[in-house]
Design a protein around this ligand. Structure first.
Ligand SMILES: Cc1ncc(COP(=O)(O)O)c(C=O)c1O
Length: 374
């Protein structure tokens, strides 16, 4: 079976985990957590980085930092993972869903302004497949209406918008290190804080609402409960694993992009048959996170998925439109028709893409797809 994903091990994970075990500092915020935070701060020049237990948690921290409350509205694409919306729904916000663009599943930036009301608090964008949303337009709208912008960069490590690293543009951003991501530690995430006014409170929210981080730095003589918060920091064992992955990022990215390109070159002729390949606008880069096809119909996607499965290839669809979810139906509010989101829900199919996928396997997968389409 050619699996959809096989998490890559760079070789140093167990060595660094052993170092943690020997150090007897197993809880969070030890040497390896700091190394991971610094790696991000140095490589992509983010203002402040805080390692978290998941991207979901980093998004929940973002909602807490923005003081989202019942009555607030938060605009985001409907074509996203439930964590993007759940983080804000947990604070009582009403989620206002925007459509995807025609060319790729990212939010249609031109549709955002019409969704803004006096209750709008924030715009959350998702850089789908690691490909940038049109951030200049989005930041301009946000600045004009004094709204916060959160980048859900779960899939977007080491990807860029007009030369700027994704995650560095909004007020806050969140990365994922789930095992399906380019750089992973099983489960993990990172909150990026670009707006300096959030620095102090972010540390407190991450440490169960206490000022323990300041205490550990010796800035205060005891710590206590100063705000709301939760336990958002991972153990050193996970941080050690993640650091091994980060050290190897150049190598990982190189291979993932090669695989992506090989798929792209092989499958390009299918565009003549109406199959949509990933579209990377001029302002964006590709980080080799995902290779997907958008079929002509749900039936075509179902047929293709079955043929691939019969050939022992695991290809998978992705998000279910959130505006049509059970949870949103139960909220009983009017949602707009979002035709492009629906299209990606029904027709998008993700192909196997992981470091150890061989060129022969990529050719085999591509051949099966081409045979099916012919
Ligand atoms: C766009 C997006 N946001 C958030 C998440 C949640 O990430 P995590 O599993 O690290 O919580 C995912 C998961 O893949 C995702 O695709």
């Amino acid at each position: 079976m050619i699996k959809f994903n096989v998490p890559y091990l760079t070789g140093n994970e167990s060595k660094y985990i052993s170092e943690v075990l020997q150090s007897r500092h197993l809880s969070g915020d030890g040497i390896f957590t700091k190394k991971c935070d610094s790696f991000f701060e140095n490589k992509w020049v983010f203002a402040k980085c805080l390692l978290t237990t998941s991207c979901t948690d980093a998004l929940e921290m973002a909602a807490l930092l923005l003081e989202v409350k019942p009555g607030d509205e938060v605009i985001m694409p409907s074509y996203t993972f439930v964590s993007t919306s759940n983080a804000f729904a947990l604070r009582g916000a009403k989620i206002i869903f925007a459509d995807s663009s025609k060319d790729n599943p990212n939010i249609d930036a031109a549709s955002i302004e019409a969704l803004i009301t006096p209750r709008t608090k924030a715009i959350v964008v998702v850089h789908y497949a690691g490909i940038a949303c049109d951030m200049d337009i989005i930041m301009e709208i946000a600045n004009k209406h004094k709204l916060f912008v959160v980048e859900d960069a779960a899939q977007a490590i080491d990807s860029y918008y007009k030369g700027k690293p994704l995650g560095s543009i909004g007020h806050l951003a969140a990365f994922s290190f789930h095992e399906t991501k380019n750089v992973q530690c099983g489960e993990g995430g990172m909150l990026i804080i670009n707006d300096t006014s959030f620095f102090k409170r972010a540390e407190i929210i991450r440490e169960k609402g206490t000022n323990r981080s300041a205490f550990f730095r010796g800035e205060i003589d005891k710590y206590g409960w100063v705000d709301i918060g939760s336990s958002f920091l991972p153990s050193e064992i996970l941080a050690a694993f993640l650091y091994a992955q980060l050290e190897s990022i150049e190598n990982t990215q190189k291979r993932r992009k090669e695989i992506w390109q090989q798929y792209y070159d092989a499958l390009k002729p299918l565009e003549k048959k109406g199959i949509q390949l990933p579209y990377i606008p001029n302002y964006a880069t590709n980080n080799g996170h995902m290779f997907y096809l958008v079929c002509n119909s749900l039936e075509e996607r179902t047929g293709l998925t079955k043929v691939l499965k019969d050939n022992e290839i695991h290809a998978v669809f992705h998000y279910q439109s959130l505006h049509k979810s059970v949870f949103i139906k139960e909220q009983n509010y009017q949602v707009n028709e979002l035709p492009y989101c629906e299209k990606y829900t029904d027709c998008l199919l993700r192909l196997p893409l992981y470091y150890e996928l061989s060129n022969e396997q990529i050719n085999f997968v591509s051949e099966q797809i081409i045979n099916f389409c012919n």
